[in-house]
Design a protein. Structure first.
Length: 262
């Protein structure tokens, strides 16, 4: 029975649910490997060079469920579960749906219903992750690659933006479920030069700096519930500090005489 005595006050922060997606080779898996006591559920071969604990490569949807079940039912000291990657997990889910429906391709299920059926498997995965989070206090990090899609904004002309490489309905479901959706990329500067005859040439210049973007902008989707800076270096330790309520980007060292000024 609900009464005023059941009201909870103040912050009640559970372990975070993070979707980190980004361009190829930017360091998404390394971000997950830097989390507290991580265990990887790998659906693709991309972490062989990382010193991390991992389940054997999942080649079927059932393998992923078995890994989640083992983490739930067996004693362990892991504090973070990392699925790497979601887009390869989606392939396993599509194969499961096709096997259940007796078809060779998800596209063979008419009226795009195959993608709707696949949402049941996605919800099953998210329910398993929720159980690990609520019952075992595990943080969740979901890794995905990025793709460019055209976005039909009703207020502007159509433009391109980065999104997770997932079917749209699944992507929307997962983004809503997560506390943070973070976009990992390289910082790119542009340089415009004149070529004469009123012609200009713009070229991108890569700095090699790897960054996380935390708020949605025309170029990418993102969100956060922690009032994070819009951009900071791609480093899990910085993200963890923000979760603790710290600001790791502000130096705590006293200013030198030359920095103090008059």
């Amino acid at each position: 029975m609900t009464s005023l005595k059941t009201i909870q006050k103040g912050r009640h922060q559970l372990p975070r649910r993070v979707l980190l997606y980004g361009v190829h080779g930017v360091g998404k898996s390394t971000f997950g490997a830097m989390a507290e006591k991580p265990i990887f559920i790998q659906t693709e071969e991309g972490i062989n060079d990382l010193e991390v604990d991992r389940f054997p490569l999942a080649t079927r949807y059932a393998d992923v469920l078995a890994s989640l079940s083992a983490l739930y039912s067996e004693p362990h000291e892991y504090r973070t579960v990392v699925i790497d990657s979601l887009d390869w997990l989606e392939r396993l889910i599509f194969a499961e749906v096709c096997a259940e429906r007796g078809v060779e391709s998800i596209e063979d299920i008419g009226y795009a219903k195959g993608y709707v059926f696949a949402l049941s498997q996605w919800r099953e995965v998210l329910a398993g992750l929720d159980a690990l989070r609520s019952q075992h206090g595990m943080q969740v990090i979901l890794i995905a690659h990025a793709q460019i899609e055209k976005f039909n904004n009703p207020e502007t002309d159509t433009y391109d933006r980065y999104v997770p490489r997932l079917q749209k309905q699944a992507s929307a479901l997962i983004q809503e479920w997560c506390d943070e959706v973070l976009f990992a990329t390289y910082r790119v500067l542009t340089k415009t030069t004149s070529e004469g005859f009123d012609r200009k040439r713009t070229q991108g210049i890569g700095t090699g700096e790897r960054i996380i973007r935390t708020a949605e902008r025309p170029a990418h989707v993102a969100k956060n519930r922690l009032n994070l800076p819009e951009e900071f270096p791609l480093d899990y330790r910085l993200y963890a500090a923000f979760v603790r309520g710290e600001n790791p980007l502000v130096s705590t060292e006293p200013a030198t005489t030359s920095e103090q000024g008059n």
